[in-house]
Design a binder for this molecule. Structure first.
Ligand SMILES: C[S@@+](CC[C@H](N)C(=O)[O-])C[C@H]1O[C@@H](n2cnc3c(N)ncnc32)[C@H](O)[C@@H]1O
Length: 303
């Protein structure tokens, strides 16, 4: 259905469907910068567009799931953005529900709308429009730190797991090193700027800062650490991208550092506490790129 209305069984609630997507949230909200970002860089991080398996490698390393396990399973991507990880799950044969709070959902549908197993929903992690125990797999990568109450966002996900279902989420890690990152001392200013103005500033500064970051990288022994003081997302030497891709990813990720309303990194101890409280079995907290938490819903029924 391209346009229409979803009505609850008792007729009490109504939700618009616009451009094939059911919308359970107000059009404008705290995640607007992400909507803008993922529409401008709709394809940048999709493996099918970059020609590099960067999203696939991150997905499989972070989740430790196996491709065959996802085949034909219902999978929730909570905070899908433009769909870089949804694409990986679809490639594995999953039936993917890709949900995002922002208008990134339109970018996701444009990217992956040809896939019959994709279902896109504009919704909020804090008010998920799904019945409990609906999904065999739930993941949320690069998302939870960008919500106003990270503990509550995390707690919203385990109830969606079917018996035996598996959860994987990741976070930016909070450490003394992360507090030194320039984005954290710039964000108090930049997150308040009009987004179009901030984007224009990034467009001007990123091409100037990248060579500086590269120069810092060349300093013997401490180059990798030193380049972190330059406020630009430089993926050179860490991701296999061409020079023009490096420039595009730098602009995207520098804006992604500076624009979001919320950016709340977490410690391993905090995440371990949340995971324990969730009651999931086989709880794991580890560094798999980012700080990662995994768990499995018991086969016994929850009460
Ligand atoms: C950094 S992006 C990551 C997107 C995608 N997972 C990726 O890695 O490319 C964070 C995403 O979380 C979404 N988000 C933030 N708060 C949310 C919420 N309450 N419910 C659902 N999505 C949310 C944003 O709109 C944004 O698209």
């Amino acid at each position: 259905m391209r346009h229409g209305t979803l009505v609850s069984e008792d007729g009490a609630r109504r939700y618009p469907v616009r451009e094939f997507i059911p919308r359970f949230v107000p059009e404008s909200n705290y995640a607007d910068s992400f909507g803008m970002q993922w529409q401008r860089f709709r394809q940048t991080q999709l493996d099918s567009f970059s020609g590099r398996p960067i999203s696939a490698e991150r997905f499989w390393k972070t989740t430790a799931w196996r491709s065959v396990e996802l085949n034909d399973a219902w999978v929730l991507d909570a905070g899908c953005g433009a769909g870089r990880f949804a694409e990986v799950a679809l490639d594995a044969g999953a039936k993917v529900v890709a949900l995002d709070y922002s208008s990134a959902v339109d970018a996701c549908l444009q990217n992956l709308g040809e896939r019959p197993r994709l279902h896109v929903v504009q919704g909020d992690i804090y008010a998920l429009p799904f019945a409990p125990r609906s999904f065999a797999f739930v993941y949320s990568l690069g998302v939870l730190q960008h919500t106003p109450d990270v503990a509550r966002a995390f707690a919203a996900l385990p109830p969606l797991l079917a018996p035996g279902g598996r959860l994987c989420v990741d976070f930016y890690e909070l450490s003394w090193k992360s507090t030194l990152l320039p984005k954290y001392w710039l964000r108090p200013f930049t997150r308040r700027m009009p987004k179009a103005q901030l984007f224009a500033l990034c467009e001007r500064l990123v091409p100037r800062l990248l060579p500086l970051s590269r120069a810092m990288s060349r300093v013997p022994f401490i180059g990798r650490t030193l380049r972190r003081v330059v406020p630009v997302a430089n993926h050179e030497g860490t991701l296999p991208l061409s020079p023009s891709q490096l420039r595009e990813w730098a602009l995207l990720d520098t804006f992604d550092w500076l624009a979001p309303q919320y950016d709340k990194p977490q410690t391993a101890a905090t995440v371990r506490r949340w995971l324990e409280k969730s009651g999931l079995e086989d709880p794991q907290v580890l560094k798999a790129g980012h700080l990662t938490a995994r768990g499995t819903e018991s086969h016994a029924t929850r009460h």
